[in-house]
Design a protein around this ligand. Structure first.
Ligand SMILES: Nc1ncnc2c1ncn2[C@@H]1O[C@H](COP(=O)(O)OP(=O)(O)OP(=O)(O)O)[C@@H](O)[C@H]1O
Ligand SMILES: O=c1ccn([C@@H]2O[C@H](COP(=O)(O)O)[C@@H](O)[C@H]2O)c(=O)[nH]1
Length: 234
């Protein structure tokens, strides 16, 4: 199975804890040992938001803020690369072709951001489409997609399953400024919708959950399925 895993910065590096990063690398290595091909995309988390917030106060425009965010995602990507050692390509891929070549060589390509105006959610969706992945997993800080932000609305209800179009409709009204938070960004949702990519959004704070979802289909997050698909898996 070929899988792309998007690891939120708030999941991989809410602080600088080597054991946490090593745990995520170990989950990726377990997938490799089970015969999966893995591509990884890493987000910027709270560190990116802190830098973006400070630069916004200094008058930076949104593209400049996005560029700062991209730099932080690439630093976080380097942490995962360090933990994966010789199983990863040695530096974060800046382009999908570069990532695809690493995957063909048998290395794990690790990407951060690539261009302003989006988040690493979209990078992961584009990489998954580019490499014809069988599965895309978003490991984020909440267990799936909810009817409202579960961090601020106690009545938010989790969706067990959504179609690509339902996901697009849900995230379309959400903020798109640099550093914004959403289960996935709008471009990612549109790429998932058009590629009919089998996608899971789950709580990835325990990296073993990511491995279980990929290897056993065992998770408690949200499945995103192609439009018109009645069952969880096409
Ligand atoms: N409808 C919703 N369903 C799920 N999460 C939502 C929703 N609306 C807002 N969110 C927020 O989205 C956040 C997850 O996205 P966020 O981009 O902040 O983190 P991430 O995926 O770990 O990536 P990173 O921290 O790198 O940006 C959750 O913490 C949650 O508060
Ligand atoms: O391709 C990209 C990826 C990211 N950004 C900017 O970085 C921050 C942090 O990324 P997250 O994926 O949200 O952790 C994001 O909010 C964007 O401002 C980008 O511009 N392009």
């Amino acid at each position: 199975m070929r899988v792309v895993i998007s690891i939120g910065g708030s999941v991989l590096a809410p602080d600088l804890d080597a054991d946490r990063v090593a745990g995520h690398a170990a989950a990726v290595e377990r997938l490799l040992d089970e015969g999966c091909e893995v591509g990884a995309v890493v987000g910027g988390g709270g560190t990116a938001r802190d830098y973006i917030g400070t630069a916004r106060q200094l008058g930076a425009n949104e593209v400049q803020l996005d560029q700062i965010g991209i730099d932080v995602t690439r630093i976080n990507a380097r942490l995962l690369i360090a933990a994966l050692d010789d199983r990863a390509a040695p530096s974060p891929a800046h382009e999908y072709e570069e990532a695809g070549e690493a995957l063909r060589r048998g290395d794990v390509p690790v990407m951060g951001g690539v261009m302003p105006g989006q988040t690493t959610d979209a990078v992961a969706a584009a990489l998954a489409e580019y490499v014809d992945a069988d599965l895309l997993v978003y490991a984020t800080s909440v267990d799936g997609v909810f009817s409202a932000d579960p961090d601020s609305d106690p009545d938010a209800e989790q969706y067990g399953r959504l179609t690509g179009t339902e996901l697009v409709d849900l995230v379309a009204p959400m903020s798109r400024g640099a550093g914004a938070s959403a289960p996935v960004d709008l471009l990612a949702a549109k790429l998932i919708e058009r590629s009919k990519m089998r996608t899971i959004v789950l709580d990835g704070t325990d990296p073993e959950r990511i491995a279980s979802a990929v290897l056993d289909g065992d998770h408690s997050g949200t499945d995103v399925v192609p439009d018109g698909c009645e069952s969880a898996w096409p």
